[in-house]
Design a protein around this ligand. Structure first.
Ligand SMILES: [Zn+2]
Length: 467
């Protein structure tokens, strides 16, 4: 109810009250009151309409979205014994069936609606789990009109998200590299929409899940999904999750769109320098953030005024190193994707995408293709193409970390083992001398390195087999 409505109602009830008590207003006041009364009737005729209701279950909350033709005044409150949530919409009508909505994966047992006071709507949710409600109105966007959003935040998690809180540590005491996989958009946010209403959020989740299953099979890698179903995760929440999973890399998977259907090809983005600089400022403004982040660089630091300059320098260094890593891994992934799809741009592009703004986690955004291009939209929906794309992304990630293994990881230990058993040929070296020095036979040395002749060149790497 608007403030104006309240004032009008107050006036009308005062008018009624005065009549009941034999107090008469002057004729002009009466006329005004009558006019206002008519205005009110006019207002109630233009009630808001609930055109549709959508439900998005997520691992930590369920989102209910009421599609409206105009904003509505509302109230949300809980009742217990049994647990229910009541959503009252003032001056509204509902023109959709709520009984047929799928409630799978939600804490809602049943939804009922009723008309209240002739012109209001009451929606009652019978709950199977305790929830903390929160509600807000959303203004129209490209996809939807006015909306009322009611989130049921779970007090106890219904389904635990399948993500590691700690990277897997291998028997040798070395850890896995954690790759945070972010499927763009989700739930209320469909992302770009292509021919035949194909939605970006759907194809990118399918590709993300394939990347996850491939990485699970790779020794030395642990994948961590940022979202696992059709629900929305805020952009900041995505980077926070990546940090919580102690990710070594975040890849955000998207599909591009353009108003023209011709553009096609894949591209890879890293954060822009400008985005990095403004993010450094934001982190510094929030001293708790900075202390946490700098703590990763030097555990002894706390952030007060005299540490600010130092913090700024350290944060800047962290950000610069992260961005340089993002560009490096981005280029390798881009090159690998080039094996399965045409590239939109030859080099990693840079933009201030929010999801790339972790100061300490190298992050890349992959535009797998143009969903607005009919042939790429068709590809993106095909499971075999999704597998191809996923394999090329995983190959790019592996290629990067095999060359640049992170200290303390299984990949680093394996690389060290490989190089420890190598001999780099120097001037004057002969096969027999190297064999003798390593107490093996020339034959063993030849076999281990698949040598066809005994000619060596300076700088050649020879694998030394264990005798
Ligand atoms: Zn997108």
């Amino acid at each position: 109810m608007t403030a104006l409505n309240k004032r009008l109602l107050g006036f009308v009830s005062l008018y009624r009250w005065s009549h009941l008590h034999g107090i008469t207003f002057s004729r002009s006041y009466g006329a005004i009151a009558l006019l206002l009364g008519l205005l009110l009737i006019g207002q109630s005729a233009a009630a808001a309409t609930v055109k549709n209701v959508r439900i998005w279950p997520a691992p930590d909350h369920t989102r209910i979205v009421f599609d409206l033709d105009k904003p509505v005044a509302h109230k949300v409150f809980s009742l217990s014994g049994p647990d229910r949530l009541v959503i009252d919409l003032d001056n509204a009508a509902i023109k959709t069936e709520v009984e047929s909505l799928s409630l799978k994966g939600t804490p809602i047992g049943k939804i009922r609606t009723a008309v209240k006071k002739g012109s209001d709507i009451r929606v009652v949710l019978d709950l199977t789990n305790k929830v903390q409600p929160r509600s807000f109105l959303l203004k129209p966007n490209k996809q939807y009109g006015d909306r009322l959003v009611v989130d049921l935040v779970y007090k106890e998690k219904i389904a635990k998200p399948k993500v590691p809180s700690q990277p897997k540590v291998n028997p040798a005491g070395v850890r896995d590299i954690v790759i945070a996989i972010d499927a763009g958009h989700g739930g209320e946010d469909p992302g770009a929409i292509g021919p035949g209403r194909v939605r970006e959020k759907t194809v990118v989740l399918a590709i993300a899940k394939k990347v996850e299953s491939l990485l699970k099979k790779e020794r030395g890698f642990t994948p961590a999904m940022i979202r696992t179903g059709d629900y929305y995760v805020g952009l900041r929440a995505r980077t926070e999750r990546a940090r919580k999973y102690r990710s070594d890399l975040l890849i955000s998977i998207h599909a591009d769109a353009f108003k023209d259907h011709r553009p096609r090809g894949s591209s890879v983005f890293a954060l822009s320098q400008r985005g990095a600089t403004s993010e450094t400022a934001r982190w510094l403004a929030n001293s708790e953030n900075s202390a946490d982040l700098i703590g990763g660089v030097d555990g002894a630091l706390t952030l007060d005024d005299k540490d600010r300059v130092l913090a700024e320098v350290l944060l800047d260094l962290t950000m610069t190193a992260t961005l340089s890593d993002s560009l490096k891994v981005g280029q390798t992934v881009l090159k690998s994707i080039g094996g399965v799809n045409r590239l939109h741009k030859r080099d990693v592009e840079q933009a201030a995408f929010m999801v790339l703004k972790s100061p300490d986690i190298p992050s890349i955004l992959i535009e797998t293709g143009f969903i607005s291009n009919p042939s790429e939209a068709k590809n993106l929906q095909s499971s075999s193409y999704q597998w191809k794309m996923a394999r090329s992304i995983v190959k790019g990630i592996k290629d990067h970390f095999n060359v640049n293994p992170l200290p303390g990881t299984l990949l680093a230990a394996e690389k060290q083992r490989r190089t420890a058993n190598q001999h780099v040929v120097a001037r004057g070296d002969t096969l027999s001398a190297i064999a003798e020095r390593n107490r093996i036979s020339v034959g063993q040395l030849r076999k281990a390195n698949k040598l066809r002749s005994d000619t060596l060149y300076v700088g050649q790497r020879l694998q030394i087999p264990r005798s």
